[in-house]
Design a protein around this ligand. Structure first.
Ligand code: DGL
Length: 255
């Protein structure tokens, strides 16, 4: 069984890739909506939450945990791997693929405040984008919009303009969607920004890595979704964001 965690609905952008590539494994997903967003939380809080979510998933039989949240990966993946004996797959802004794609030598990185401040993030940029002009930008309103199920319209366009105008002016031709919530705004970003801009999102790459792990649980295509927030609202968002997914959705009363 595959366990997936995120602060809210963002990790569903990774879940849909995992389900597309691995149709025959049971998946349990938790959105920690009672604590969403993670992007402005302290590192201690984010670590504590990811441990609580992981404990629940292990109790339910997860054999591998996908941290479908860049912020939680950057802040907590080392501690998770040190503490638990099972494999963890994390997600980080796709700086390496972006560096390979750019022709202008300028890339934009959209991510949360927590991710952009992380040491792991600075290493990633130093390793793969040392010679590039890198413009970073936290986008808290993107998370709020996706969590509200608003994926297009005036407010989305205003947020896109606010977060990307510096990048476009500086001739960035690749923009990294460095938070699992942002791929849900990709159609709006593609409509709003010049055609030459390409977007990097690592969801499909994460799914390929999950697929390399052999799991021992018998084949089962069930998808169970939990939220630490209200489940009715979450169910509505699951339907909106991942319409083809057949999943049950329940409230998880985690302290
Ligand atoms: N989806 C998350 C990420 O990939 C966190 C968004 C948030 O809760 O601030 O970073």
């Amino acid at each position: 069984m595959i366990g997936i965690i995120d602060s809210g609905v963002g990790g569903l952008s990774v879940l849909r890739e995992i389900r597309a590539q691995i149709p025959d494994q049971a998946i349990i997903y938790i959105g920690d909506n009672a604590w969403c967003p993670y992007g402005n939380k302290s590192y201690d809080e984010i670590r504590e939450r990811t441990f609580a979510l992981t404990d629940f998933l292990i109790d339910r039989g997860a054999e591998i945990i996908v941290v479908a949240c860049n912020s939680a990966t950057i802040v907590a993946i080392g501690a998770l791997r040190a503490h638990y004996p099972l494999p963890f797959i994390g997600m980080e802004p796709g700086v390496k693929p972006a560096a390979a794609l750019t022709r202008t030598g300028t890339i934009g990185i959209l991510a949360t405040e927590a991710s952009l401040a992380g040491e792991k993030f600075h290493h990633l940029v130093a390793k793969h984008a040392r010679d590039l002009h890198v413009i970073t930008r936290p986008c808290p309103r993107f998370v709020e919009l996706v969590e509200a199920g608003i994926l297009s319209g005036q407010n989305v366009e205003a947020a896109i303009d606010e977060y990307t105008s510096d990048m476009i002016t500086a001739d960035a031709d690749v923009i990294i969607l460095g938070c699992s919530h942002y791929p849900f705004l990709r159609p709006a970003l593609e409509n709003r920004l010049p055609d030459q801009v390409r977007f990097v999102d690592t969801g499909a790459a994460i799914a390929r890595r999950v697929k390399q792990h052999l799991l021992t649980t018998p084949p089962h295509s069930s998808t169970e979704i939990f939220t630490t927030g209200p489940s009715q609202n979450f169910s509505r968002l699951v339907e909106l964001l991942t319409p083809s997914l057949k999943a049950t959705c329940s409230h998880l009363p985690l302290p």
